[in-house]
Design a protein around this ligand. Structure first.
Ligand code: TGC
Ligand code: FAD
Length: 393
């Protein structure tokens, strides 16, 4: 079975739009993935194992909280952050997921909404990969509509007591700290964020088994039964649903870039395969018009997705990005990558379903990516509300 080495995908000299520093970040991340992810990921996927051994090496390259400043974080731009996500997801969406959650869903809320003491306690350790975080927003009965959540925090003396269930939580059972979103009785039942150390009595994380997607990522259900935390563990700066939604803006932005990486992996594999696979008159399938049409669709959509991601990133770096821009990026680029994976799978014929090639794994992963961080249709409704002024939720 031929092993294809990734050749990079750049149709319109996209690289000329990146600075030397940005290219360095991209190439360093690319090398990391070639050396540390590609050789092990198919086996991890088969075994349903998250490769914890790559957490420290990722930390050493500054992959955790890369766009945060201070506290041991790398202080990179949002474009740099996006390029890291692109390369990680070219390896596997589960590896990018781990970084998204650590960086955008745990470190970011502590950075943006935390007290000085919370920042000092958690951010340097999380940047080093010594502590792992998870983000508990979704509940068994409240996914797209998190405002209905049932998890409650009750103030008792100088503690909060938390009760509730969270579902589909990435890194749940390997986390040292969980950012738990709960309705706080003390705050008129408004949603607040709480830092819950996962070794507290009453906290339990059970892994979801039988997943056909994101198999190299840990996904857990969380149960909180009378979990007591000191009052200092509440995030003082987050009030209402806009707190967790602000974190989701960061992570959705990273997904917008990450999925380009998955699409590049599928396109590059399909192109290399089509050039050597022969059918009919001893011709490579790449010479057939219908195969070319699929490859052309893929490279066109990947190129458009790169430009969209770059512009949203530039807006983000200039502090001009709106959550509607990020919704368009997440929605379009996940759809684009999933369509690329399906077409690439088709081009490989029967070989497309085997894990000698990365395509089917990307395709299965992307089904989750289409759903989490706001489903494809929820982002359509967010965009629809923005352009019409009418909410259709
Ligand atoms: P709505 O009334 O529209 O908004 C409530 C308040 O939030 C403000 N807001 C935002 N703020 C910041 N960023 C955004 N993107 C925001 N969108 C809205 C809004 O202005 C309002 O503020 P205020 O001051 O008036 O209170 O809220 P709603 O209840 O109608 O719901 C809105 C909706 C549907 C958009 C939201 O609930 C939503 O996005 N649903 C999707 C849920 C979701 O994305 N869950 C993700 C869970 S985490 C995850 O999936 C991690 S996967 C990790 C991985 O492995 O990579
Ligand atoms: P539902 O909300 O029940 O949606 C089901 C279907 O109904 C979807 O097609 C949806 O688009 C549609 N729908 C819902 N409402 C409307 C409407 N008003 N109009 C039209 N269509 C609608 N959550 C976390 O908090 N933290 C995590 O770390 C995390 N990691 C995840 C990892 C994985 C692998 C997965 C699969 C999920 C993860 N999630 C996480 C949860 C994820 O965010 C939710 O699955 C997602 O928000 C959708 O919620 P749901 O699954 O309850 O689907």
């Amino acid at each position: 079975m031929p092993v294809f080495k990734f050749k990079g995908v750049d149709f319109i000299e996209f690289d000329s739009l990146l600075s030397e520093d940005e290219l360095l970040v991209r190439d360093t991340s690319r090398r990391f993935v070639e050396e540390n992810v590609v050789p092990i990921i198919e086996q991890c996927n088969r075994d349903g194992r998250f490769p914890r051994e790559i957490v420290k090496p990722m930390a050493e390259l500054g992959f955790f909280g890369p766009n945060l400043k201070g506290y041991g974080c790398a202080g990179m731009s949002n474009i740099d952050y996006g390029l890291i996500m692109q390369e990680l997801e070219r390896g596997d969406s589960g590896i990018r997921s781990f970084c998204s959650v650590q960086s955008s869903l745990c470190m970011y809320p502590i950075y943006a909404f935390g007290s000085d003491a919370q920042k000092e306690q958690w951010l340097p350790a999380m940047a080093k990969g010594d502590k792992i975080g998870c983000f508990g927003l979704t509940e068994p009965d409240f996914g797209s509509n998190p405002s209905g959540m049932r998890t409650r925090a009750k103030k008792v003396g100088k503690e909060y007591v938390l009760n509730g269930e969270k579902m589909w939580i990435t890194s749940g059972s390997i986390a040292d700290v969980a950012v738990i979103w709960a309705k706080s009785e003390e705050h008129n039942n408004r949603i607040r964020g709480f830092l819950v150390e996962t070794n507290r009595p009453g906290f339990k994380a059970d892994n979801v088994h039988g997943k056909w997607s994101l198999r190299a990522s840990v996904t857990s259900g969380l149960s909180l039964q009378d979990v007591r935390i000191p009052e200092e563990n509440m995030l003082p700066g987050a009030d209402g649903l806009k707190g967790p939604l602000a974190c989701l803006n960061q992570a959705r932005y990273g997904i917008g870039w990450g999925t380009i990486g998955a699409a590049m992996s599928c396109y590059d594999t399909a192109l290399q395969y089509a050039k050597i696979r022969k059918q009919f008159r001893d011709q490579p399938i790449a010479s057939h018009q219908l195969v070319q049409q699929k490859l052309v669709w893929m490279i066109s959509e990947i190129t458009k997705a790169q430009l969209l991601a770059l512009q949203v990133g530039r807006l983000k770096d200039a502090d001009k990005v709106g959550h509607q821009h990020i919704s368009m990026l997440k929605r379009n680029n996940v759809w684009m990558a999933l369509e690329c994976a399906r077409m690439a799978r088709d081009i490989l014929g029967g070989n497309g379903i085997a894990d000698d090639y990365p395509i089917m794994r990307h395709m299965m992963n992307l089904e989750s990516v289409k759903t989490y961080e706001g489903t494809h249709d929820i982002h359509a409704l967010i965009l629809g509300e923005h352009i019409t002024g009418s909410s259709a939720f």
